[in-house]
Design a protein around this ligand. Structure first.
Ligand code: RIB
Ligand code: CA
Length: 352
């Protein structure tokens, strides 16, 4: 087997960010070098607690968690507890973490790690681009030191989810996104950031039956059955702690999508970007020059793709267009279930 892909993971954990973390923790071909906390779904401090808590629950308290900026480069911080829950993990209440974040900032971690491992690390950003933008401001050579950058963000030929034209991660900090896309104009086209926009991630639809299958694969009992007409206080009783907490988290997300007319489902934005970070071969792409609207009265946060070179600027993005959705979802639940089984087995051993 090839050496694992080594990743810097910058997240605004969040429910689907949690799936992304668990997917990577369950991937033998992945090594998380650091988890960086960015304000977005919930404030940075809560994102940090969520990151520490998931890593500790999964027996990976050894992985560095760094704290990012308290808010966007210039815009006031907006969070979205209505989507991800008051703590960002839906109804899940994870054990309080005992590990603490590292002493360096998320931006400093971006700089240090890419200097220590030039050309080796894959950057994955599934939240606003604030910390990566801060790092690049301090060290403009950073883009050339990344092996690959994968960003969950943007909406190109698809409606926004935060405004009619803007996707959440970009909308929270449009200035940061504009600076990051501009900074990556200088890298070779085959190393341009891979961008997973809503165009594809809103096709990645997780349903309650996926949780049922995940629990089954993790030998967790009783069966995990989430119904739209469950009493609001219903919580998972399944035996496996990872499955139980993940189920409580995603139940909130199912309800959010249902209450917004999208069905009792959840879009798996971030774990899909994580899968692309490990293996870009699971999707197809179109090159474009991407820029971000920062001044528009009604279009602020919109990601604009110049597919045909009309701006006369070199392409700076590879926008994801097609993937095998069912194959990815199957991979997602198998990797998380496998990891969940290992966690349960090790906690049973320590409980003796
Ligand atoms: O628009 C979807 C993105 O915004 C996801 O990363 C979700 O976690 C939120 O951060
Ligand atoms: Ca996210």
């Amino acid at each position: 087997m090839n050496a694992p892909t080594r990743l810097i993971v910058d997240v605004d954990t969040g429910i689907d960010d949690s799936f992304a973390l668990l997917y990577l923790l369950g991937s033998e071909d992945a090594e998380i070098v650091a988890v960086l906390s960015t304000a977005g779904n919930v404030p940075t401090a809560q994102v940090t607690i969520n990151n520490l808590a998931w890593l500790e629950l999964c027996g990976r308290g050894d992985i560095e968690v760094a704290v990012g900026a308290n808010g966007p480069l210039s815009a006031p911080l907006r969070t979205t507890e209505d989507t991800h829950g008051p703590q960002g993990l839906g109804y899940a209440v994870l054990p309080q973490p005992t590990h603490r974040p590292s002493d360096r900032t998320a931006a400093q971690a971006w700089i240090d790690l890419t200097r220590e491992h030039p050309g080796e690390l894959v950057g994955l950003v599934t939240g606003p681009l604030t910390n990566l933008a801060l790092a690049i401001r301090a060290d403009p050579e950073l883009p050339g030191r990344l092996r690959r950058l994968v960003v969950m963000g943007g909406a190109f030929q698809h409606p926004g989810n935060t405004t009619p034209v803007a996707e959440w991660n970009i909308s929270v900090d449009p200035e940061a996104a504009a600076e990051v896309f501009a900074a990556f104009s200088a890298v070779p086209e085959d190393r341009a950031p891979i961008v997973c926009g809503l165009d594809i991630t809103e096709r990645i639809i997780l349903r309650p039956e996926h949780l049922h299958r995940l629990a089954e694969l993790a030998d967790s009992a009783p069966a995990e059955i989430i119904r739209t007409d469950d009493h609001p206080s219903t919580r998972s009783a399944t035996s496996n702690p990872v499955v139980r907490h993940l189920s409580d988290a995603v139940r909130f997300y199912f309800e959010f999508h249902r209450d917004h007319g999208q069905g009792f489902i959840a879009h798996m934005h971030d774990p899909f970007a994580a899968a692309v970070a490990l293996d870009p071969g699971i999707a197809t792409y179109r090159s474009a020059t991407v820029d971000v609207e920062t001044e528009g009265r009604i279009t602020r946060g919109q990601t604009v793709a110049d597919w045909h070179g009309l701006w006369g600027r070199s392409p700076n993005a590879r926008i994801t267009s097609e993937t095998d959705v069912d194959a990815f979802l199957d991979d997602l639940i198998h990797r998380i279930a496998g990891m969940a089984k290992v966690v349960a087995a090790s906690s049973n051993r320590t409980d003796r």
